[in-house]
Design a protein. Structure first.
Length: 437
């Protein structure tokens, strides 16, 4: 039990001295109970941002946040349950493809997903663009859906890691989000509470990721896998490129349509590749004795056979979604206004400000400006060109979709700044940059 004054702990961290595990546990439970004021916790978070945390402190912080609320019990679902978590990206619709693909290979997917955060999109918002789709199944319905079709993707049930929720909200407004130990413990506390047996982390890196620098992303991956190990859960991290949006579509129903095309074998190559890699790794974790390479081959066969698309249909039907939209994608609501963006000069598209593209999608209505904002599921961007493509002045590089001309106007100005065009052809992007076990 911590008996000293909290201000002394702030001093200790500020001076770079490690905190005791018991001090950290006490800090988390007292903050969650409202016994430490936000101004003191803000100072502590800032001290952690500058001084970092060693592995022992990090494990203590993560487990204290996990233990601040309920933990899901998935033992009622037979088989090895493997969770996948992305650290966030733009145009990242991989869960919509990888989930059904892995389930079609016999590994159950009982997944709790999140909503968009900042400039990044969220799986729940995408799924809700399918009319009727319910992300709020009761625990009983969730288990029944996984047992019946091998897959269900829902919003968080129960009160998982409430201390993280409170701390995250404070970090959001105190400039303390971008700290590797704070991100690592925040993500892992929720993953550990969500009850899966094994965890695959998709750690994005590049201009559209929260952590943009490759070495820092690697460090984030290392710290999270260390937490998983410390908690007795096998955890693998794949570092994947977010130097440009994944696929062509950014925005909720636009991304759902692209995911459906990918499941039908008509999707963009980069998206297909990343999905096969992630599914391959999930399968190797979920099936004893299967290597990553064998997992990837199994995923490829299953995707090409149409079985993953069939599983997606099962999932949509099982969660109340209207299948006629999947079968005839023209039924999805189309934005009232659209505008083509053209290249201002000739050359290769050499880089993109992918965070800026995510922000543009938000301006168009695909994201939330405040917690109360209502998402426009038809808003977003369809990229016409990607990094490495050659463009002439006046060529279409993207189409913007929104409900009003004013939003299109603001978004167009923002999007125009997101491209770098040069006369040197850029190196091809490596999609899976590294794997950390
Ligand atoms: N996602 C989280 O859940 N937490 C963070 O700190 C950053 C991204």
């Amino acid at each position: 039990m911590q008996t000293g004054r909290f201000v002394d702990m702030i001093h200790k961290k500020k001076e770079g001295k490690p905190l005791e595990s018991q001090e950290i546990r006490d800090m988390v439970s007292r903050y969650a109970a409202g016994k430490i004021p936000d101004y003191q916790m803000s100072a502590m978070l800032m001290a952690i941002c500058f001084q970092g945390m060693n592995d022992e402190e990090l494990t203590a912080l993560t487990l204290a946040m996990r233990d601040s609320g309920e933990t899901a019990d998935l033992s009622g679902i037979p088989g090895i349950k493997v969770d996948k978590h992305s650290t966030g990206g733009v145009g990242d619709k991989t869960t919509l493809i990888v989930g059904p693909l892995v389930a079609a290979c016999g590994v159950p997917v009982a997944k709790m997903s999140g909503r968009g955060l900042g400039f990044t999109g969220g799986t729940l918002d995408k799924l809700e663009s399918i009319p009727g789709f319910r992300i709020d199944l009761t625990e009983e319905e969730f288990f029944r859906a996984v047992r019946a079709s091998g897959i269900s993707v829902i919003g968080q049930t129960g009160n998982l890691a409430p201390a993280d929720k409170k701390l995250y909200a404070l970090r959001d407004v105190t400039g303390t989000v971008e700290s590797i130990p704070l991100i690592a413990s925040s993500i892992m506390s929720k993953k550990l509470a969500a009850g899966s047996d094994k965890i695959l982390l998709d750690v994005t890196t590049g201009s559209g990721a929260f952590i943009k620098d490759l070495e820092q992303s690697r460090e984030l991956a290392r710290r999270m896998t260390a937490i998983g190990r410390g908690a007795g859960r096998e955890t693998v991290a794949m570092l994947t490129s977010m130097e440009e949006p994944l696929g062509f579509a950014v925005g909720n129903n636009l991304e759902v349509k692209e995911a459906i095309k990918t499941l039908r074998g008509e999707g963009p190559e980069d998206l297909r590749e990343i999905c096969l890699a992630l599914a391959g790794m999930m399968l190797s974790l979920g099936k004893e004795g299967l290597s990553y390479k064998e997992g990837r081959s199994l995923a490829e066969e299953t995707l090409d056979s149409g079985a993953a698309y069939g599983k997606f249909l099962d999932m949509v039907e099982g969660q109340g979604g209207d299948l006629s939209y999947i079968e005839n994608m023209d039924k999805f609501q189309r934005a009232a206004c659209e505008r083509e963006l053209t290249a201002g000069e000739e050359g290769y598209i050499s880089s993109m400000d992918t965070e800026g593209i995510g922000i543009t999608a938000g301006i168009l209505g695909a994201g939330r400006e405040t917690k109360e904002s209502v998402i426009d599921h038809s808003a977003g961007i369809v990229m016409k060109k990607k990094i490495g493509d050659w463009v002439r002045r006046g060529d279409a590089i993207a189409v913007l979709y929104s409900s009003g001309e004013d939003k299109l106007h603001r978004a167009e100005r923002c999007m125009q700044r997101c491209y770098t065009i040069s006369d040197r052809r850029p190196e091809p992007l490596k999609l899976v940059v590294d794997i950390i076990r």
